[in-house]
Design a protein around this ligand. Sequence first.
Ligand code: AMP
Ligand code: MG
Length: 414
Amino acid sequence: MIDSCSPAANALLSLEQALERIRSAINSVPGSEKVTLKNALGRILAQSVYAPVNLPPDRNAAMDGYAFSSADINREHPFTLGLAGTSWAGKPFQGQLQAGQCVRIFTGAVVPEQADSVIMQEQVQADEHIIRFPANTPAGQNIRAAGEDVNRGDLLCAHPKKLTAGDIGLLASAGIHDIAVKRHLKIAFFSTGDELTPLGQALEPGKIYDSNRYSLSGLLADPNYDTVDLGVIPDNKQVLENQLVTASKTYDVIITTGGASVGEADYVKDILDSCGQVNFWKVAIKPGKPLAFGKIGSCWFFGLPGNPVAVITTFQQIVAPALRQLCGAPACKPLRLIATCTTALKKAPGRQEFLCGILTQTGSGEFYVASSGKQGSHMLSSISRANCYIVLAPECTSIRTGGTVTVEPFTLFI
Ligand code: AMP
Ligand code: MG
């Protein structure tokens, strides 16, 4: 950790530098738990899982039709076979298939050992006990081999995968009932500010509703996080310090909003300085310059700005990757695209900027993006209307209408 009085802690970092500082400072929290498969969606695998069975377990039919042995049949000409019985999905044919016989079979049903082919029912003429096959009936078709998808002992899902619906289906198909996943990350968050009024109360003059805790609880909705909302803390240094120190003993991570800047009532950085360690507290992004990252005891701390759009942007750009790393998820990045910008944009040089945008795609696949309208770190309507960020490099000063820009959709990761 960096000495909080050092130039390193006080430097204005680029977003990439800030992310690198976080990456090298933190490790995933230890510990895992067993969960049933039904509760495993989105959790991080704590151990790789191997197939206890072949998938599919048996050789089975890919079609509804008739199973037969192509040996000793001249398939160039039409031929007939006697019907020996039926193989249903879940109820295999019990007898022995003799020469000159076939079996009625349904998709997923076990193919009798003696058969090597299944013909689609539409291609035969079925009388009661005699099945007429056409000339040039192919051999060896419409059969799924046992273990064709996965062999017993193969790797099914590798640790530390974040489990998708497809993974859950795969594990269920192998009969895996419960699995070890990384334990929940314990996260507490609270707002700071004397002006904040909880929802449900009338606003007094000069007060505003506390929206940040609502945005944060949405941003923290993740099956790997166990989050606790600690409410609103007034702009009182002692109360804030007590809350931070107490919470740091229980949680893996504390996230606060407000009070992280340099105003008279901004105590977050000072408290982190005296009770913990500041790694950095200024990042060259807009919105969101004041942002403290550090540690109190063994608890990681993110002091986000107060402005509501800055809270969302800094959470997504800085806190979210850190939380993913802490809960052991594989590293991933937001998907970025190049789009034609239909709004002229201006910006001051110096900070990387995240503007709220509306991304569209034409029928032929080209991407267009427009500003979502009035922008400001206090204007939540701009982010509510948007579906992406327009990401402008620190040195960029303007974008003309029709110029290309980098766009980051809100919810896509690779
Ligand atoms: P601060 O960083 O505490 O100076 O706050 C910056 C701005 O964000 C001020 O206009 C605050 O009123 C506003 N703000 C701070 N916290 C919240 C919150 N929880 N919900 C909505 N606005 C907030
Ligand atoms: Mg404040």
